[in-house]
Design a protein around this ligand. Structure first.
Ligand code: B16
Ligand code: MG
Length: 212
């Protein structure tokens, strides 16, 4: 087997929560009179909540204190968590469940490596609570993607060396994080065309021929 473990990013790989992130940030931005659109939202993929807020505030004319920033991030997260309540196992990306089951059948260890502090809630809504051998998320790290910490911790949780793990990512920040953690990565969606990715996934099931 070429890899003994596969570490999956969550948002954009296992499911799509970007629409909910967008709606929740848009509500905050509109309230504060800040211009925000889908293009700016795209820059938020894979980066932490506070870093996302800083990107949004690039279009803010006023000044804000650290206390106000924390309150804004909290406001966005409350809206986001309300939107997440509508998620069900039907929100899994196509082919994900079959691919996870097949990889497990091959003896591959499976992890989540996500920047999100809401990863546990999302996994529960998707019916994947307790499914992964280990879950490393935004609550377990001090440095967000593109730092490699989230994937290094996930590999440690699997009990595997970095070179035995393959990372699956949809965002540039995540591909860089895999590189910084010393791991190969497979890019899906927008990340598929990136030269940072060792493999290009047209669909998630392509992983089955990569890992063997
Ligand atoms: P939260 P991933 C990331 O998840 C999202 O892609 C990114 O847009 C979001 O800002 C980040 O989680 C933090 O999310 O506010 O829920 O802690 O792609 O690393 O699974
Ligand atoms: Mg992602």
């Amino acid at each position: 087997m070429k890899y003994q473990g596969v570490i999956f990013d969550l948002d954009g790989v296992i499911c799509h929560t970007d629409q909910y992130h967008f709606k929740a940030w848009k509500m905050l931005a509109d309230r504060l009179g800040i211009y925000f659109d889908e293009k700016i939202n795209h820059r938020l993929r894979g980066v932490s909540r506070m870093e996302s807020l800083e990107i949004i505030l690039e279009n803010y004319d006023g000044q804000c204190t650290q206390e106000e920033k924390l309150a804004y991030a909290q406001e966005k997260n409350s809206s986001y968590q309300k939107l997440l309540q509508q998620m069900t196992p039907d929100d899994l990306c196509p082919g994900v469940m079959e691919t996870l089951e097949s990889l497990r059948g091959l003896g591959i260890r499976l992890a989540i490596g996500s920047s999100s502090k809401n990863a546990q809630m999302i996994l529960e809504k998707l019916g994947l609570d307790g499914f992964f051998d280990t879950v490393t998320d935004g609550n377990h790290i001090t440095r967000s993607k593109p730092d490699g910490e989230v994937f290094s911790k996930a590999a440690a949780g699997l009990g595997l060396a970095p070179e035995s793990c393959l990372v699956v990512e949809d965002a540039k920040a995540g591909l860089l994080a895999a590189k910084n953690a010393g791991m190969d990565s497979a890019g899906i969606a927008d990340a598929a065309a990136s030269p940072l990715a060792a493999y290009r996934l047209e669909q998630i099931g392509d992983l089955l021929r990569i890992v063997v």
